[in-house]
Design a protein around this ligand. Structure first.
Ligand SMILES: [Mg+2]
Length: 411
């Protein structure tokens, strides 16, 4: 029988030898980190607006080391002006303090509405570029900096075209085109026609026409294909309740924004009775505006937009908070491949992530905006480059060819 004291002494010796072996690695790591920190300083923040279906605003954070970070801000009016006004908060700073710099910009911009609207979009684009830069400085992909990945690839759901007709055939053809791209999930915007626009009501006739369109699409896709519907804030609460009953048989993946986006109590009322999962969030900004929707469990799926809600770390914080209520996340997205891949890094690192939106893929130059070896989407999913930062390099010639009217390229 082994003597207990001898065993412990022997075990202690083995641990001590182990510690000795470990020690040089630890000692080596600490001085290296000490020399990296504070070494690089932000020199400037520049923008380039590239035309896809809309003007997409790319962001470049340059440094005194020659390294730069790329990002994309939400594609709305005022965003570029906001970027150029808020950038003074980070110039001369260490880009590795991403969250500190985010709070600095948020606090400095509070009087201009930094917690909602275009300024939040502007800060999101800068924050994304800072993560790209941090990844390049530390030589790791951004998803590693966000805590590591839960999955190897990102499921894409295609935001299809939406024909301006109540004839189901063109809608079915859209579904066929989307499938031909290889997408394994899709959604349709059923907001093109409304009975009465202002009071948010619909005639039974209109509702039945929409149900017929969805039934035709469901037949085309089969009973289990993930099929979402976006109503772009069209209904009042009672009409939304009526509609979700009419489509219960269609196994919809989600119903997005059936009502205007502000009132969490109204959404909670609908979500409590709907058999169709209710999604919302693309028009909410930062944790503050998501707070009532999460705490009241006002939706089944939150749908923040990375480049609009505050950036990569903020979308993770929002999703992780919603996950306390077992509410999953679909990632809203209207971006070039830059913003899409940036969102993809966050989606890898978010436990409750389900799928990432994509549009504009039918434009021939959409995927040529970045240099690539093959198609950006493979088998309906996005594979994230295993390279430092976001792992993206722009094709500058393509970007310059499609610049928004009257704008320059990172000038
Ligand atoms: Mg939407």
């Amino acid at each position: 029988m082994v003597n207990r004291r001898k065993f412990l002494t022997a075990a202690g010796s083995v641990m001590a030898i182990g510690s000795l072996l470990e020690r040089p690695r630890i000692l080596k790591a600490v001085p290296q980190a000490a020399t990296e920190l504070g070494k690089v300083k932000i020199r400037d923040v520049k923008t380039a607006s590239v035309r896809i279906k809309y003007d997409a605003h790319l962001v470049k954070v340059t440094t005194d080391s020659g390294l730069y970070g790329l990002g994309e801000a939400y594609n709305r009016a005022g965003v570029v002006d906001h970027i150029h006004s808020i950038k003074r908060q980070i110039i001369g700073q260490d880009p590795l303090g991403v969250d500190y710099l985010w709070h600095k910009m948020m606090d400095a911009g509070v009087g201009q509405g930094s917690r909602s609207g275009s300024l939040t979009g502007a800060i999101s684009g800068i924050e994304t570029a800072l993560w790209d830069l941090a990844g390049k400085i530390l030589n790791v992909p951004v998803y590693v900096l966000l805590g590591g990945k839960f999955r190897d690839k990102v499921l894409i759901y295609h935001d299809t075209g939406s024909p301006n007709t109540i004839d189901p055939r063109p809608w079915v053809e859209e579904a066929q085109r989307s499938k031909a791209y290889g997408f394994k999930a899709m959604k349709f915007d059923l907001n093109r026609f409304r009975g009465e626009r202002w009071n948010r009501t619909l005639s039974s006739q209109d509702m039945k026409a929409w149900v017929k369109i969805l039934e035709a699409i469901r037949v085309e896709l089969g009973p289990d294909f993930p099929l979402g519907v976006d109503f772009h804030w069209a209904f009042n609460t009672r009409e939304a309740m009526r509609f979700v009953q009419m489509v219960e048989h269609l196994n919809l993946w989600f119903l997005e924004d059936p009502m205007p986006p502000e009132n969490a109590d109204a959404f909670a009322r609908l979500t409590a009775v709907s058999k169709v999962p209710i999604a919302t969030g693309e028009n909410l900004f930062t944790r503050q505006s998501f707070r009532p929707f999460i705490e009241k469990q006002a939706c089944d799926i939150i749908q923040p937009d990375t480049q609009k809600c505050g950036g990569l770390l903020e979308i993770k914080r929002i999703a992780d908070w919603a996950d306390l209520y077992y509410i999953n996340m679909l990632c809203h997205n209207m971006c070039t491949p830059v913003g899409t891949i940036a969102s993809g890094h966050a989606c890898l690192a978010i436990r409750s992530f389900v799928a990432l939106e994509s549009d504009s893929v039918e434009l021939p130059h959409w995927q040529d905006i970045i240099k690539r070896d093959g198609p950006i989407y493979k088998d309906g999913s996005l594979e994230i480059p295993n390279k430092p930062g976001l792992g993206i390099e722009l094709d500058e010639e393509v970007c310059r060819r499609h610049l928004a009217k009257g704008t320059g390229f990172f000038e």
